[in-house]
Every structure is written in structure tokens, then in C-alpha cells.
Ligand binder design. Sequence first.
Ligand code: A2P
Length: 277
Amino acid sequence: MRDLGSKTADQRVRTLADGKQIPLLGLGVWQIPNGPTTVNAVRWALELGYRHIDTAQAYGNEESVGRALKDSGVPRDEVFITTKFWPGAQDPVAEIERSLSRLGVDFVDLYLVHWPQGGPTRAWGGMQRAREKGYARSIGVSNFDVRELDQVIATATVAPVVDQVQFSPFEYRQKLLNAAEQRKVAVEAYSPLGTGRHLGNETVKRLALRIGRTPAQVLLRWCLQRDLIVIPKSTHRNRIQENARIFDFNLSEADMAELDALDETGGTDRALEDEWW
Ligand code: A2P
């Protein structure tokens, strides 16, 4: 088990296969409406030391992410920004140009194909062009299973460096994670709290009580110790702060095993249980 607990702030990053560094913790802004709620969440996160924000064209809140970034005064090059190509559109280059203008930045750090609609390789040429043009430093995918990942890798000039999928002890997609690691693809965990519903689980609560942490911290720490990048969402300042306090403790092997056993996917290599497109 890697000891992340003793790492200093600047070590809380992972180097991706393309050499770029990504902070292990980010604020996810899925389901936060454009406007003051997103502006506040992102502003608080930046104040509290987050340096990684994860948005998407489909979320409709890039503009507010951009406003908060600007208002924060944190230099652009200190913040890792991810957005995602909405696969209902045709051209990843045209769409990222719009994203950049909404975000008020010249480039994003990471641009992901949001889901494999129209086939896993359909958007990849455009994603590579977006990177060549300097609009995105790194490119990757989201909601891709192993087979889909392999199809992209087989045709790619520049391979994806990230696959962002729903991941938590309850969705411990072990085969997907192992396969991604073999392919040098970092896995990012979205909905690491199960959009809130895993927080009430008895095992998680009992473990949290025993070690003097909160259920959210336990679930997020599990992700770090499973080598995932993690992007919890919250609109509350105190929770955003709580979710960042995950670098100063370790879950024991026994705690990890207890959480692993909560998996409901059978260690699947699939990225999702149901497609929504
Ligand atoms: P809210 O945004 O009202 O704070 P996920 O990251 O898995 O999508 O989970 C997000 C959900 O969990 C949101 O409903 C969020 O509520 C809630 N949440 C996030 N952090 C915490 C926390 N530390 N304690 C309790 N609930 C939290």
C-alpha cells in the first residue's frame, strides 16, 4: 500500500502517461447549476487549497467555473481544469473552442470524451486535433470499458491517459482498474460518495467512527489508496473542506479489505451498469 498520508501538498499529484501532472483530488461540479452556486463552490475549493476542477460541456456550468477561477486570483497555471466533449455534438475542436471561451482560458489541462456515443473511436481524431492545437494539454475518455479503451488505443496516434468512471468501494471495478493500469491509463473516480447515498452505509459509518474520520473521508481515502484520482462534488464550504482532509491518515489493510468487500459489481471490467445514451 502506498503511504499517501505523509505526502506534502506538492506531492499530491500523479504523473500521467504523457508526463503531465494531475492533482489527486479535484472538485467535481456535476449537477451544480450555472450561476452563484457553482461560482461559490469553485471559489471555496480554490480558497481551501483545491487545485483541480472537473466540469463538462454537458453540465452547463463552465462559465461559472471560469468566473470563480478568475475571481479567485489563483494563477491559471496552478489550477488543473478538466472539461469533457459532449458526444451529441460533431466536432471536439469546435466544441472545445466554445468551452475555452466560456471558461475564459486558453487551454484546459484535460479534455475527455464524455461517453462512447457513436462508437468509442468516433471522436478521437478530433480530440487529438484539439490537443495538437494546444487547446488541451492531455486527452482521455470517460465511461469507457476495457474493450472500448482498447479500440481507441488501437487507432490512436496519441493514446488516452485518463478514463473517468463511476468508482467507489460499492463500484469497485477491479478488472477495469487493473486493465487501465496495464495500459498506463489513470482512472478517475466520479461519484465517489455514490452521489451521497454511500455515506449512510453501516460499514462505512462504523469504520469512520472507529478511526475518528467522517464517512466521506473514508470513501475518498479508499479511492486514493486504490490509486484513483478522486473528484467529490459538494456545494457546501464545510464539506468541501472536509473532503480535502484525506492526506493525513491511512486506512489499514484490514479497513481496506472491509471496504473492498462492499463491491456490488463483481469486480467488473465494465465502466457502467446502464448506458444513458
Ligand atoms: P452537497 O452538494 O449538498 O454538499 P458524489 O461526489 O459521489 O457525486 O457525491 C455528492 C453528493 O454528496 C452531494 O449530494 C453532496 O451534497 C454530498 N456530499 C459531498 N460531500 C459530503 C460530505 N462531506 N458530507 C455529506 N455529504 C456530502
